[in-house]
Ligand binder design. Sequence first.
Ligand code: PLP
Length: 401
Amino acid sequence: ESVFGKIVRAPEDPILGVTVAYNKDTSPVKLNLGVGAYRTEEGKPLVLNVVRKAEQLLVNDQSRVKEYLPIVGLVDFNKLSAKLILGADSPAIKDNRVTTVQCLSGTGSLRVGAEFLARHYHQLTIYIPQPTWGNHPKVFTLAGLSVKTYRYYDPATRGLNFQGLLEDLRAAPSGAIVLLHACAHNPTGVDPTLEQWEQIRQLMRSKGLLPFFDSAYQGFASGSLDADAQSVRMFVADGGECLVAQSYAKNMGLYGERVGALSIVCKTEDVASRVESQLKLVIRPMYSSPPIHGASIVATILKDSTMYKEWTLELKAMADRIISMRQQLFDALSARGTPGDWSHIIKQIGMFTFTGLNSEQVAFMTKEYHIYMTSDGRISMAGLSSKTVPHLTDAIHAAVT
Ligand code: PLP
């Protein structure tokens, strides 16, 4: 009799479970629109050329060793990451009041930030958008924060519920933490406009709400690294404090390398250095120090102007392909005469379209058309190609008629 004999089987992760089900399907027409990873027109994973080049440089450099990184990670990587999200001429960076630690991709950065807040911040309530990435509530709850939601998505318009958002943040207790998707909100693909961001900023600053940005898609939404960082930069430009979790999974295609960063923008250099000293105490007992390879790739690319340029072009090509898939799907549904307004497909941005299909329609499309997606009707535009648009169009048409 096992000492673990009474353990009950846990359910599959709702997002990763989609791929498990897809892998079991033997149909030749099966299509996985659940994955949160970029695919080429041929449906293949993509390693960027510039990443291959950087790796080659690293391999050929005999002076490189495999020693432990410091607790906070690769120093160059941290500086360059802060510059990437906050902007090259960010006053906060010039004033040395930003502390950045290398973490295990976006998820690890969120978790380290949350653990730090749970230990050192006075208000333990975090507001997350409704809906949001499924891992957010778990990460924050397990770190010891108390999770509440604010209204975000309006199913009627398939757009932003801006009034609801403002009302909920206005009603939040002063000092509460607010999780904001920096761009390309997952799962809805709905972002505030710059004018709306400005109103959110004013409201949050006037109430002393603490912004915690999740930036998992910088450059992936619009194709421009700067445009996709504007929300964050607005909140830093006012001199106030915030946290930012960055991921290089999507924008550099480094998914499995687990490379990301947590930056905490503070009021003064002195506060930032004390904050950093405490971040080390959060990290050390969890995993001692982060892995070296992925961060070295990123640092190699970010510090070389030619490679940086090459990266921005490859990034734009990925973003453009996704934008073109939106147009192709929208055009195909229009040509097909599929009932309903599908304009949200081209209005939403980033990797996902929140189709508005309900869980029964999703189940129908999986059963009859071998198309896999999360039950909330979210489809990954990156998983789609010109060749598979007709099949998806047929499935959506059949599901809604
Ligand atoms: N935040 C959001 C909104 C995401 O969509 C994701 C990935 O899907 C992440 C964070 C974290 O991803 P990773 O840990 O792979 O960087």
